[in-house]
Design a protein around this ligand. Sequence first.
Ligand code: CIR
Length: 257
Amino acid sequence: MFSKAITRKPCKALVDGITTAMFGEGTPDYESALAQHSEYVSVLRELGLEVTELEGDERYPDSCFVEDPAVVMENCAIITNSPRESRNGERYEILNTIKKFYTDSQIFFIEAPGTMEGGDIMKVGNHFFIGQSERTNAEGAKQFNDIVTKFGYTSSTVPVTEGLHLKDFVIYLENNNMLVSAAMNEEPSFREFNRFVIDADELYAINSMNINGTVLVPEGYPKTLKIVEDLGYPVKVVSTDEFRKIDGSLTCLSLRF
Ligand code: CIR
């Protein structure tokens, strides 16, 4: 169960966020992004989370995607190391907030030449799947494994071949259920799970998010919504299309612990 979340409001510089346009084109509208973010935070609060909402940081266009500069779990927080220059400084900012919840001996760092972003980390029970992607390299994955094993967790790597982060293409919904892309459906690591393949035209909705039993699904993806509803989860539909323009989705917008 999660009791807390950290979020950061989008900043005006959001329009300069990095994008591969993998989920669609366009420049985010700041006011509309702020409104969507505020709705997202309200939903987290409705679901019982105590949300620490940080102010926008104009130095870092992508800084509302707080999932990437840190990975948090019980008794341990890992500050990651983005290989993208425009995002690397976010790690120092998130550290200040992480220190309010974790002691110095519970905070660890991915160090160069290791790279990592939290969007590549998917927790399934006591196991972490680590996407090896353009943002997370083998050395980052090794350092992460060395840290989490001290806390009783295991980890393994999964190649990310189709886009940005692991959790854009596979998400764990709990109860052994996963939403996957067609490519991730072939990944041997996920063979034991109940996998639900999301059609290419709804790929963005793979990044749905289970918060204490309720699943948040992005607005505009009826086929995915039906899959999640048919699985019996209570659902909340949340609009995130301003963030989608720069590859951002539901999980990226918070750290949950
Ligand atoms: C980036 O390219 O870094 C941002 N525009 C999007 C980050 C999305 N983060 C995530 O999926 N965890």
